[in-house]
Design a protein around this ligand. Structure first.
Ligand SMILES: C[S@@+](CC[C@H](N)C(=O)[O-])C[C@H]1O[C@@H](n2cnc3c(N)ncnc32)[C@H](O)[C@@H]1O
Length: 292
């Protein structure tokens, strides 16, 4: 509740938990009293998408019909008309849910981690008592690293399957608390000026258009404290990687772009002050360090 806001209008949300038949149930809703919009919490993970990307929650609405009615929650059909780029986000959400288990098994990601983690830690090493935003946490390959350097981590991803896997993985460890949020980074349901650091690794290249990428950056900036540090790691285009496709789709229709250093810097500078842009992992990725 210290971090969350309505993804539509940034308005405040009130928390209503639903007691289940046993005390393990952690369901409830977050309600925007002014608009009547509500967002579901299932098994402790809040889901906060704009209407156009709202996952189907009819089963939840049916199960808690009486309670939702008593609270004055406005039950709406999910999905509906949406612009082409939002359809691509929705397709990727499905693909990420379907592939979450495979992602965890990818040996290449484990090997990459050995090289990436020390650099990410160094980039985000500035001490601050503020929470860290992990924007696109996936199944938790890096979440435990951030939970060692920040007092609280808010881990956002649009794939619920990935968040659930991340939570299981993180709970096996004993680092600082991680708060999971099921949401779209281009409509971040988070309050202003909360975070001292933001980590965004291996995600930026999958946001399907320049407009949506800039929208994410502007949200990230809004949620960060002044002078907070943003670290982005994204596919690089240039040198040897010009033999790779500049843009395309991975399995399941996951979009990707490769950015020249100038392209990446130009986009990040629309909301942040870039301090450093270096080649990472040989020349495969770029790492940007920037300040809010
Ligand atoms: C390649 S994985 C990287 C995950 C993690 N950062 C890592 O390095 O292992 C990309 C993740 O970004 C998430 N993602 C992509 N676009 C997103 C968006 N618009 N909103 C929220 N999550 C998004 C995907 O669901 C996926 O879990």
């Amino acid at each position: 509740m210290d971090f969350l806001a309505d993804p539509h209008d940034g308005g405040p949300l009130s928390l209503h938990t639903f007691e289940g038949r046993d005390d393990t149930t952690r369901d409830g809703v977050l309600l925007n009293q002014a608009s009547g919009r509500f967002y579901v919490i299932q098994d402790g993970i809040p889901t906060l998408f704009i209407d156009e990307l709202r996952p189907d929650d009819t089963a939840f609405a049916r199960r808690y019909h009486g309670r939702l009615k008593a609270l004055g929650c406005e039950v709406k059909a999910s999905g509906g008309e949406k612009a082409g780029d939002l359809t691509r986000i929705e397709n990727e959400r499905q693909a990420r849910d379907d592939q979450a288990e495979d992602y965890d098994r990818m040996l290449s990601m484990k090997v990459l981690g050995l090289f990436e983690i020390p650099r990410y830690k160094a980039a985000l090493s500035e001490e601050t008592a503020s929470p860290l935003l992990e924007a696109g946490c996936g199944t938790g390959r890096l979440t435990h690293v951030f939970a060692q350097i920040a007092p609280d981590v808010v881990a956002v991803d649009m794939s619920r399957e990935s968040l659930v896997r991340n939570r299981v993985r993180h709970h096996a460890r004993t680092y600082n608390p991680v708060h999971y949020v099921h949401a779209d980074l281009t409509h971040l349901p988070l309050k202003d000026a909360v975070f001292g650091r933001c980590a965004h690794a291996g995600v930026y290249e999958h946001i399907p258009s320049r407009d949506l990428r800039l929208q994410f950056l502007s949200h990230a900036r809004r949620t960060m404290k002044k002078d907070g540090v943003l670290m982005i790691s994204a596919y690089r285009y240039g040198g040897v990687t010009t033999f790779f496709e500049k843009e395309g789709e991975h399995d399941g229709g996951i979009p990707f772009f490769r950015f020249t250093p100038d392209e990446l810097q130009g986009e990040v500078e629309t909301s942040f002050r870039v301090e450093k842009l270096v080649a990472n992992l040989g020349i495969y990725m770029s790492m940007v360090v920037a300040r809010a």
